[in-house]
Design a protein around this ligand. Sequence first.
Ligand SMILES: Nc1ncnc2c1ncn2[C@@H]1O[C@H](COP(=O)(O)OP(=O)(O)OP(=O)(O)O)[C@@H](O)[C@H]1O
Ligand SMILES: [Mg+2]
Length: 493
Amino acid sequence: MAPDYIVQMNHISKHFGGVKALQDVHLNVERGEIHALIGENGAGKSTLMKVLAGAYPKDEGTIVIDGVEATTATPRAMIDMGVSVIYQEFMLAPDLTVAENIFIDQMQQSGMFINWKDLKRRAKQQLQKIGFGHIDPGKRVGELSVAYQQIVEICKCLAKDSKVLVFDEPTAVLTHSETQKLLELIMQLKAEGVTILYISHRLEELFAISDKITVLKDGKYVDTVETASITKEQLVTMMVGREIEQLFPERNAEIGEEILRVENLRTGDLVEDVSFSLRKGEVLGFSGLVGSGRTETMRAIFGADKKTSGKVLYFGEEVHFKNPKQAIRKGIGLLPEDRKSQGLLLKQPIRYNATLVSRQGNGFINHKKEQEEVRKLLARISTKYGSTEDNADSLSGGNQQKVALAKWLAVDTKVIILDEPTRGVDVGAKTEIYQIINELAENGVGVIIISSEMAEIIGTCDRAIVMREGRVTGEVPKENLSENQLIKLAMGV
Ligand SMILES: Nc1ncnc2c1ncn2[C@@H]1O[C@H](COP(=O)(O)OP(=O)(O)OP(=O)(O)O)[C@@H](O)[C@H]1O
Ligand SMILES: [Mg+2]
């Protein structure tokens, strides 16, 4: 029997200026399957999905949905054909409520009369259906955590009764348990007959849920394989074009004197009594669930938020940073978790973004020299981009993360705090980022890594602090680091 394809994309090409994002790409998805799409940062995954959603016009190729060719592939037409995309970069309206966001498309169609009470009730139902009934439908989306924004985005697509649902890296912003919940939800949707397209850099997830995997590389189609017939190593080799021997490279850093000491720190409504110290050349991990207070703690140290009480000692001296500028001037850096709102200026050139920190204080800028430096810097972490003068929003998700990191490599820091440094970064590039963390430590920098990926904490850190509900619940030395140990402390068991 011939396969029953619900999505057929053939000979798809798409370019942006000189960048060939897609060249003659194929994607054929059978009804009811979970089909994963994988490839390095900038391989073209999100672009292919935006073409499918009608968000980008294609240069060439055909799209057939459930036997019908999409001749006018506009966003509206594709939604009507039953295709919905949950984007990597959210498309929510931060000033509207959860309920309004979920039903925004229907509201625009139905016109004048909106029954707010009913809207809220229906939003609540949708949220409950996927196990997040505790999210308040009346809350403004901008006030929600990134993870919850993701949930709202998912609800919004589910509310449209789609035949084909695309998830573009949905778990990059979720914690371990939230991820498990989402994967279960996806399996449930599959059981209900929805066809799923799933993009993720986390291979375990692909192996856990997908039936088939299509691999893209440099904008080209590599192959489509049955998940059951391939190993992780084979998949990585197809993706990266080489074998990755060691995800976590060795480090030869000498751990020296204490450079940062935090005593009984309190900040905001959540963080209470956090104490820890960091040494020269040390890589210190912060583990815990999303919302455990790790980011808030670091923001208070960095001067981005006010501390209510407690002490921060830097090279033995008490410091009171009133704003991040003061911290940066003293040699402390922070890469925020949310690159979209805090890490990058998307409407500014890549060059400007990469030199944002190093430029502070220097009045005169030599553009040519700066370009050259930026090129070198970005090459160190294998960033894929068109020109240094392109805006940051032309970068793929993972490459945006690399530019956000690059700006800290251009300056001389003594302490660097990295909040989810490899979020959305492909396996090959992850190793490169770990290598850079190693180099920083080997040069005597004290590195703090907040990560929700336990494997990352275990693989890169000399020691880990675990937080739960605003407090430190444990400190684990390298030799005792295990997932089991970290989960126990994070959950308070
Ligand atoms: N709007 C745009 N303008 C210019 N170039 C773009 C635009 N969108 C994507 N590109 C380029 O197209 C290529 C493919 O990007 P895409 O976002 O599809 O990658 P991806 O596979 O989703 O990567 P990631 O894993 O990092 O999310 C990249 O080189 C990117 O810089
Ligand atoms: Mg992408």
